[in-house]
Design a protein around this ligand. Structure first.
Ligand SMILES: NC(=O)c1ccc[n+]([C@@H]2O[C@H](COP(=O)([O-])OP(=O)(O)OC[C@H]3O[C@@H](n4cnc5c(N)ncnc54)[C@H](O)[C@@H]3O)[C@@H](O)[C@H]2O)c1
Length: 443
């Protein structure tokens, strides 16, 4: 197989020119510059009036009738104001999940992008949690729509109503162990859902003209796992590394990456793809390694480590990932792939030891060090041995580097979980418990 850095076809090269490319491709600069240029040429984001939400049912019924049914708030604030092409709204999918909710919060707080509204489409699966977005209650810049990215009719209505100038696509089934137990949901959301979103975006973009057409972007958020497993001495993944996905999760993400690539090559859709390493930070569902270890350690429960614990991953603090996505969206070259990583390779067991040491310092237990809770359990089938990201391209072209070291990021993360016991308790009272029992009970 081949890598996925692509050159735009001729029709896309023409479309990729102005607005976002206000600075020469490849030059580093601030996202604020790019976005404020757009704000001046656009209108809705900067000048739209704040009006109450309209309630829209999945089948399109509005108003009082809709109130009695499954409600989807659709914000008409910016729809239809000014020229039909001037929307500054972005559409975020999966914005109630771990990375998506961090992205939404950061987007609305960043001086470069604040004031630019966003529509957040999320199905609220077990991984979606609206409490992640509590800070945005009453904020008219954030419009939440509960819905499925596989539902084309819903997507078409959102595009028609909000006329987004960009899509940032996070929505996915994201947990490797779940993909092993039940791959169907991964094929549906990650492959079919991305297909539906690409088609809806293509229809919307195809009807745009002028600056709005040139500025439109579809940013697809993907993972380093599509590249497969590295030998211990192999160089880190670059953007041209062959695709060799090994799990149902990574295969479904690889398939979605290929769809995105093909929609660019075939139809000229102005896409950007990011492949990022393991994220950690606030709001991560406690099925993933770092929050699971923190939460179990606090409860005095075993800390299950797969196999010998020497699987190596690169770790990135989630706020750094969100900043990288904003940089790629503002200044990335259309059709390109950007690898994003933390320059922080560590074996899993080392991550667990670090968390234990931090908890020993911040929340010591009378029974002794938290590391006493470590238990080695049967390894995950087909477990990739090592991932490592070469993030030089995004640094060279867009000037992005992680701001957090692992030491600073993991301390912030442990502190966040200590300070948000109520969030953890709510998550644990739901499907999380059943899932952990199903996965670890048999090991
Ligand atoms: N977590 C990581 O370390 C990591 C690293 C690299 C890339 N990624 C990618 O980043 C994205 C977000 O990852 P995450 O860890 O935040 O995932 P997550 O599982 O925490 O969140 C996924 C969100 O998508 C929503 N969703 C799922 N199916 C949907 C559907 N059919 N329609 C609409 N919404 C749906 C869920 O409700 C949830 O809010 C994913 O695409 C993932 O592949 C994650």
């Amino acid at each position: 197989m081949r890598g996925n850095a692509v050159q735009p076809p001729p029709q896309a090269r023409a479309a990729a020119a102005p607005a976002l490319a206000a600075r020469p491709a490849g030059a580093a600069g601030s996202d604020a510059d790019s976005w404020s240029k757009l704000t001046r040429t656009g209108g809705a984001g900067a000048g739209c009036r704040r009006r109450p939400l309209t309630l829209l049912r999945a089948d399109g019924v509005r108003g009082r009738a809709a109130r009695r049914s499954r409600l989807i708030p659709i914000d008409t604030t910016c729809a239809g104001s000014g020229s039909p092409n001037d929307s500054m709204t972005i559409l975020v999918t999966g914005g109630a999940g771990f990375i998506g909710s961090n992205f939404v919060l950061d987007w609305l707080a960043d001086p470069a992008t604040r004031g630019l509204p966003l529509v957040n489409l999320d199905a609220l699966t077990y991984a979606g949690n609206l409490h992640n977005l509590d800070a945005l209650r009453g904020d008219a810049r954030h419009v939440f729509v509960q819905g499925d990215i596989c539902e084309r009719a819903l997507l078409d209505r959102i595009f028609a109503e909000h006329r987004p100038r960009a899509v940032v696509h996070f929505a996915a089934e994201s947990h490797v162990d779940r993909s092993i137990l039940g791959p169907g949901a991964f094929i549906r959301t990650n492959v079919e859902g991305t297909f539906a979103l690409l088609e809806a975006a293509r229809a919307h973009w195809g009807a745009l003209a002028g600056d709005a057409r040139a500025a439109f972007r579809f940013l697809h958020v993907s993972t380093d796992e599509v590249y497969g497993s590295l030998a211990s001495d192999a160089p880190a993944f670059t953007e041209t590394h062959p695709y060799e996905p090994n799990s149902p999760y990574s295969a479904s993400k690889a398939a979605s990456d290929h769809l995105v690539r093909a929609w660019h090559h075939t139809y000229g859709l102005p896409v950007l793809t990011t492949n990022c390493s393991n994220n950690y930070g606030p709001f991560q569902f406690p099925e993933k390694l770092i929050p699971l270890m923190i939460v179990n350690a606090l409860a005095g429960k075993p800390l299950p480590v797969y196999g010998d614990g020497l699987q190596v991953r690169d770790w990135l603090y989630v706020a750094d990932h969100c900043r990288a996505i904003r940089a790629v969206l503002a200044r990335g070259r259309v059709g390109e792939t950007y690898n994003i990583g933390g320059w922080n390779e560590q074996p899993n067991v080392e991550i667990v030891r670090t968390i234990c040491a931090l908890l020993d310092e911040l929340r010591p237990q009378p029974q002794g060090p938290h590391a006493r809770l470590v238990q080695y359990v049967a390894d995950r089938p087909g477990h990739d041995r090592r991932y490592a990201i070469d993030a030089r391209k995004i640094e060279r072209e867009l000037g992005w580097r992680p701001a957090e070291t692992f030491a600073t990021g993991i301390r912030k993360t442990v502190q966040w979980y200590l300070e948000h016991a109520a969030w953890v308790a709510e998550v644990q009272s739901g499907a999380y418990r059943d899932w952990v029992a199903a996965n670890y009970g048999r090991r």
